[in-house]
Design a protein around this ligand. Sequence first.
Ligand code: SAM
Length: 219
Amino acid sequence: MTVRSYRHRRGRMGATTSEALLRLGDRIVAVDGSRLDVAALFGRTAPLVVEVGSGMGEATALMAAADPTRDVLAVDVHLQGLGRLLRRVEEQGLTNVRVAEGDAVVLLAQMLAPGEVDEVRVFFPDPWPKARHAKRRLVQQPFLDLVASRLHVGGTLHVATDWAPYADQVRDLVRRHPAYDVVHEGPRPPHRPITRFEQQGIDAGRASWDVVSRRVGTA
Ligand SMILES: C[S@@+](CC[C@H](N)C(=O)[O-])C[C@H]1O[C@@H](n2cnc3c(N)ncnc32)[C@H](O)[C@@H]1O
């Protein structure tokens, strides 16, 4: 799949964040296309959650803290946000979070095995609200096919967006997809905290939609 859903950003990284990245380097995965040993990365075997586009990671840390029996691998192209997340993880003493720097599509397609993932989260994935940008959106048929191949049967795909046409697109694609059953569509479910990006949308008067689907069929 050749969609590039993200923009490269320049940002100054604070000393505390860059120090955290150095100190916590063993919790960082480079998205280089090589197969990942998930059990070695987390030091245990547990159901794996992949959060695509974790941003600054506030929601990631909250959800990981609330669900210590599962491991969370947060992937983003922006190292600064991953560093902020690692600082949070360290401050809160969380042991079930690792971060991956790079393209989530490469991580899922090349570094994780079929059926290896329990949940894929995609919260406010990309900055492409306009119809003419629809082709650049991450959540399209090829992405849904890829996620379906990585989820085990009974696993979950959770997408949230604050752009109504994008929500419609996701819902229609998932409903038509033979690998998924939609189990929730509508307002934010209680277990998902408001994300930083979402809060900006709320402040600007936008609503958000969640589409939660279960992987069905044979893996
Ligand atoms: C709009 S922000 C939302 C961040 C966070 N989920 C939130 O709600 O606050 C989208 C994030 O997804 C990341 N992203 C988009 N496409 C990606 C991809 N293919 N691989 C990794 N990260 C991606 C962007 O870099 C950005 O940090």
